[in-house]
Design a protein around this ligand. Structure first.
Ligand code: 4AD
Ligand code: MG
Length: 462
């Protein structure tokens, strides 16, 4: 017999069906047993009249919550039943996997343990419909990104994650033994995105893993995350990249709202707003003045960069002034940007670059790249880099390479912003940041050092 999903039961009244799922609760009464069965599509009440089969009744009585079951039964229309106004009358039951009692925690209890504890039992935590929806939304987000790219003639690339040279800078770099040599984990697909531009691909994207050896423990940094990257050729400036990104994001929001708007409102209490384009743009020089005028003092060591508090303050300003949740901060000083960002015509101290701040959180950094090899080499030297290890990269631009630019976006940061979640760890299947299992996992995948200890070991960035 084929499996029926709980959401489809209404169309099967008076038929015998096969259901598969988890025993969420059991109400064992004198004559009746009620099993609330859950599958990813919903809950249903399964009823067993005990005198029908006393052995089965005692088997059912011994089942722990969260046991995985296959159930055969007849679907009965019953307006008295609160759940879907129907129930399934049990005919037979197979215990596929008995859940031990007690559970590490009840994922369906009204009060849940702290995230820290739940991450130790992530597969239990993920059983909540809340988390299922979260990953459905992420799936739709990626689908919509791809739909938009494909409509606009993009090509997908998969770039190497083991690299011979650092892909961004010397900092935040994981190195490892690669036979007799050292290799590095990719901090971004930056160089390969640009190689694709030199190859004449013109418009490319990649969704893939990115590694950053940053030991700070924050609610928005991971040592491994999923990067969404794209690169476009024949641009005039970073303005073209921003224009692409805002339209693309508008499409992604619209698709997510179309497919999950109601569920998101119900589960996350968030009314998804499809952002208006164009997003506001503020040059960094102005942003610093705006912050000053609002009494926000940037830390002295920031040298033209902005800190998380400043990002939130600018977001409040943009909300008040433009009623917008997104803002592009543009034209960053060269001191806080990588060597490959192109300089602004007319002001060599600034770059053709931008960050996108969404609800006060940086979700993207992008730029027009310097594609003239002599200038690129000069900028690298100015940053104190040695040319030899990056010469292969500079060579990409020696044989005809169009002007180009692109951006990188953190997939989980976008999800955080969309669903208004406070911690990036809420948005990940499993965490592997320095404060977690990379440093302290046992072979069973459970963390053996508690976060408290880790927090003491690492400086705590806000
Ligand atoms: O700002 P980042 O470091 O920029 C780059 O990687 C450039 N190559 C992008 C470009 O094309 N010019 O990283 C891009 C985005 C950030 O804006 C943020 O959303 C996310 O990646 N990100 C992180 N997400 C989680 N944990 C971390 N440690 C992150 N670091 C960056
Ligand atoms: Mg950045």
């Amino acid at each position: 017999m084929e499996r029926t999903l709980i959401k489809d039961l209404r169309g099967k009244i008076d038929q015998t069906v096969k259901l598969q799922g988890w025993l969420q609760t059991l109400r064992d009464q004198k004559k009746m047993q009620f099993l609330i069965l859950r599958d990813p599509t919903g809950l249903v009440q399964v009823a067993h009249w005990k005198p029908n089969d006393e052995i089965l009744a005692s088997n059912i009585a011994s089942l722990g919550a969260e046991t995985a079951l296959t159930i055969i039964g007849k679907v009965i229309d019953n307006p008295v039943v609160k759940l879907n106004q129907l129930e399934v009358q049990l005919e037979s039951l197979v215990v596929e996997n008995l859940a031990e009692s007690p559970l590490p925690f009840d994922p369906f209890a009204e009060t849940l343990p702290a995230l820290d504890y739940r991450l130790d039992w992530r597969y239990m935590d993920l059983r909540r419909a809340y988390n299922y929806l979260l990953f459905q939304v992420q799936t739709t987000m990626e689908m919509a990104m791809r739909e938009y790219w494909l409509k606009h003639d993009f090509i997908e690339i998969h770039s190497p994650k083991l690299m011979g040279t650092p892909s961004e800078s010397g900092a935040e770099l994981f190195s490892l033994d690669y036979f007799e040599r050292k290799a590095y984990l990719a901090q971004s697909p930056q160089f390969y995105k640009q190689m694709a531009m030199a190859a004449g691909f013109e418009r490319i994207f990649e969704i893939g893993p990115v590694f950053r050896a940053d030991p700070s423990f924050t609610a928005r940094h991971m040592t491994e995350f999923t990067g969404v990257d794209l690169e476009i050729s024949w641009i005039d400036s970073h303005e073209d990249v921003m224009a692409f990104e805002e339209n693309w994001l508008q499409y992604v929001y619209a698709r997510v709202k179309e497919l999950h708007g109601e569920a998101i409102k119900e589960t996350f209490g968030v009314e998804l707003v499809v952002p208006q384009v164009p997003f506001p743009r503020i040059p960094m020089r102005d942003a610093v003045e705006i912050l000053k005028s609002r009494g926000y003092v940037l830390p002295a060591d920031k040298k033209g960069d902005i800190d998380p508090g400043g990002e939130r303050e600018i977001a409040s300003y943009v909300k008040e002034k433009f009623d917008h949740d997104f803002v592009f901060l543009t034209d960053w000083p060269i001191g806080v940007r990588p060597f490959y960002h192109m300089r602004l015509a007319g002001d060599e101290t600034l770059t053709r670059s931008f960050d996108l701040i969404a609800n006060g959180l940086e979700i993207t950094t992008g730029a027009q790249r310097e594609h003239r090899p002599e200038i690129l080499a000069k900028q690298a030297l100015e940053k104190g880099l040695h040319l030899e290890p990056i010469q292969y990269y500079i060579d990409f631009f020696r044989y005809g390479c169009p002007p180009h630019g692109g951006f990188g976006l953190g997939l989980s940061r976008l999800l955080m912003v969309m669903l208004n979640l406070p911690n990036i760890r809420d948005c990940l299947l499993y965490t592997s940041d320095a404060a977690d299992d990379l440093l302290c996992v046992d072979l069973g995948g459970r963390r053996i050092i508690k976060k408290k200890k880790i927090e003491q070991q690492h400086k705590f960035k806000n």
